[in-house]
Ligand binder design. Sequence first.
Ligand SMILES: [Zn+2]
Ligand SMILES: [Zn+2]
Length: 334
Amino acid sequence: MIAFYEWLQLTEAGLYCAPGDFHIDPSRPVNRAVITHGHSDHARYGHGAVLATPETVSIMKVRLGEDSAGLFQSLEYGLPLRHGQVTITLHPAGHILGSAQVELNYQGQRAVVSGDYKRTPDPTCKRFELVPCDLFVTEATFGLPVFRHGRDMDEIGRLLESRRSFPDRAHLVGCYGLGKCQRLIALLRQAGYDRPIYLHGALKSMTDLYTALGQQFGDLVLVSEAGRGLAGEIVLCPPSALKDRWSRRLADPVTAFASGWMRVRGRARQRGVELPLVISDHADWPQLIDTIAETGAEEIWVTHGREDALVYQLGRMGKRARALALLGREDEED
Ligand SMILES: [Zn+2]
Ligand SMILES: [Zn+2]
């Protein structure tokens, strides 16, 4: 049997599939790239050709421009595509709209590159699909045993409770513009919240794209069209706007921030966040361990975050595990 590193290699641009001559989520422009999802540390400008789900292609075109790659090719989930001696299949990763795990079959071996993923159901994207494999390349953004995320609906409940307690204040929720913003809106609607939800202008283009792709968000209003105050209302903005002049137009806002990092008290304090909401789009520690075990993979490569603790734990579970040092991965988007 051929060793994995003979056909999956690490180059300066990232993970490279030699028999197919393409990179996965490369950190710099390459000839051919397979892109797992639209977040900026995975989907970059300037590749010769991009293969991704139709949703990710749309997201890249809106975020980076129609001409951000020489050629875009869409591939639906679950449809095997033969490329050279490799077969590529994309499977839902449950992370954001269009996010995919990349399954590669080569000479009887099956590798799955997870990209970012979570197992928690999310009303804005397809649920993570478990793909049995020989090699699993996993993210480890929350790869420490202290990270256990809890229920997203409990966090939404805390936001709604705070709003009832402080009817004279606006509730300003910082969230990343791709994925988290749309998930928050959908969760609020699931919780029965039917008031208009107010958006900072920077959140509009991605939310419009989700709507165009079939999401139903109810009544959304731009803050710029709503005037000042907004006491008793819920307002979403990018994290950078939480403390900026822009927020002064709101009535004594309660500042909240929705992110898996809100589990870490220091981070909330640093940002001056009054109401930290632990809502994550990444697998927490138990989800990482369970998913890796369920794939049945004997070999695990760990990327994207806190590799060491996970590599150690997998060793104790009898797996061959190693850390892949990929450059250019930040935890910006959670
Ligand atoms: Zn991501
Ligand atoms: Zn990422």
